[in-house]
Ligand binder design. Sequence first.
Ligand code: XMP
Length: 321
Amino acid sequence: MKTKEIKAKALNTKKFIDEKCEEIISAVGNGYAINALSGGVDSSAVTMLGHKALGRRLKTYFIDNGIMREGEPQRVAAIFKKLGVHIGIIDARKKFFAALKGITDPEEKREAITQTFYKDVFGKLVRESGAKYLLQGTILTDIDETIAGIKRQHNVFEQLGIDPQRAFGYKIIEPLVQLRKDGVRKLAAACGLPKSIYNRMPFPGPALSARVIGEATPERIEIVRKATAILEKELAGTRAFQYMAILHNDRVTGMRANKRDFGLQIEIRCWDSIDARKAKPTDLSHGMLMRLAGRMVNDVPGVVSVTYNIASKPPSTMEAV
Ligand code: XMP
């Protein structure tokens, strides 16, 4: 059955929240539900809806995979604490880095992260929670992309490799399937989430491992995490669609303290785009580019080269990995 879209403009947030809460309450009854929160707008909106409907009977977990941006687990937990929502933080950094060890191929990296998340860490929580319902932040675009073959699967139980109904009697609730991103942003604002969540720029599921060309070791992730923190602060005032720092695998010769230094290269990308399908590099001022370069070489250990990407999508993609 085709899902009926609710356009952002037509979305009556109060009516939507009331209806979705009722649907969740009538589905879950007196039982428990579970969900994973990443801090992105979709999972944040679902968490708010679920907690409005179920309170403590929704168990929400934030899985710290070690490849998030600086201070992310604490930041997200603090935001939800302010809203009266308890989040369980699971430290799974070792498991994710073990799964990423030795992998350099982009798709293999994605697969390692997906498998570790669904089969191991979150899968285990789901199985042990006693919850019969799982809340997911699937949106209409995810379904379109799944059907078009762009995304492999959007259904967590397919990821787990089980038939939820037959194996456990699990049911999935996807309250956002009628919405696209702009609608979810409007809903998230209406749920009381702060602008830092509902207006946040896109960030890929494979997180900082998508910003490291080659192996995503804890040390290399730490370098790109520092570069990302600097870039996000410096470019916060731009109206760009998305910006990112990428750590290259190749080293280049530089010099430090009058000595040759075979150092690291950071590539900066900053995109103007409407919907990520096409994108052009933002026309950043030369002054801003010089400032970014200065901060990267001074504040990120080992960096001797900084470049700005000037190719458009297509044929480039927005991410480098
Ligand atoms: P590309 O690189 O395909 O990116 O031009 C388009 C948009 O999608 C995001 N992106 C991803 N998001 N998992 C995600 O959740 C991924 O593997 C992934 N790859 C790219 C990217 O950040 C951009 O907004």
